[in-house]
Design a protein around this ligand. Structure first.
Ligand code: PXL
Length: 276
């Protein structure tokens, strides 16, 4: 008799749809599937965009976000939550309430405040609600340096000069367990990502800065961390593995339109990479 198929680790992503397949929900689905997880999708918003940028977005009603999530959570065993674009203060409260009923499930949060092209997805009210309701429940948050300063600054005047270590410390003081600050937006020759916990720096990893502009690298990294944690890695191991994976996806990025490059989450499945 054959053994029944094993269910892969299940990760629930709550994010906005990016129809280009570069970022957002679609980036999460590709990344999680590529890493051997089964992704569940909860749509928080729908965007209109092409590979050059976002033109508009529509935020899902908070009750719809809750109902999508609860239907799945009552049916399946979820091993990690991954949160991306949230879209509204109502959605912040709705997601915070759902995840608070599952404190044992790791919560990986990519604080999506704007599109890569700078289209705002969050205002000050959303950021305040996020700090108050989401960060205290978060296992790991993955801001880039701009987002880290914005999330941690006590007032906008302080933002520009805020030390990243201090920004991370403030986020852990709000109750977030780990903060991974990514260095892509810093004016440095190499890209350095730094992981902090409440005691300070845990690890720092650097890579050569790749040329070009990528759409969805942050979503890929956060989803890969979620996938690794769901598969049993510790947070620090998951960060290391997810960074290596993301770097590979960027190395193999392709340009499907006239705008940005898209990370190839399935680089390993392409024929030409057979002998890599
Ligand atoms: O890369 C951040 C991001 C996340 N989610 C959605 C997006 C984007 C960037 O454009 O559109 C839906």
């Amino acid at each position: 008799m054959s053994t029944p198929p094993v269910t892969p680790p299940i990760v629930m992503t709550l994010a906005g749809s990016d129809p280009t397949g570069g970022a957002g929900l679609q980036a999460d689905l590709l990344t999680l599937a590529s890493l051997g997880c089964h992704p569940l999708s909860v749509v928080t918003a729908v965007t209109i965009q092409d590979s050059s940028g976002v033109t508009d977005f529509l935020v899902m009603d908070a009750e719809w976000v809750v109902d999508q999530a609860r239907a799945l959570l009552e049916d399946m065993k979820v091993s990690a939550f991954k949160v991306g674009m949230i879209g509204s203060v109502e959605n912040v409260a709705a997601i915070a309430e759902v995840v608070s009923d599952y404190p044992e499930i790791p919560l990986i949060v990519d604080p999506v405040l704007a599109s890569g092209g700078g289209h705002a997805f969050a205002d000050e009210d959303l950021i305040a609600a996020f700090r108050e309701m989401i960060l205290p429940q978060t296992t790991i948050v993955t801001p880039n340096s701009i987002e880290a300063r914005r999330l941690a600054a006590n007032d906008p005047d302080e933002e520009d000069g805020l030390e990243l270590a201090l920004a991370a410390e403030r986020m852990t003081q709000l109750g977030c367990e780990y903060v991974l600050v990514t260095g892509t937006h810093e004016n440095t020759r190499v890209v350095t990502n730094t992981l902090y916990d409440s005691q300070g720096q845990v690890r720092a990893d650097s890579w050569e800065r790749l040329p070009g502009s990528y759409h969805g690298s942050g979503c890929t990294l956060a989803s890969a961390i979620a996938g690794m944690i769901a598969s049993g890695s510790s947070v620090a191991e998951a960060v290391r593995e997810a960074q290596d994976y993301t770097y590979q996806t960027l190395k193999h990025a392709f340009r499907p339109g006239m705008g940005q490059f898209i990370p190839d989450r399935l680089f390993w499945a392409r024929k030409e990479n057979d002998d890599d």
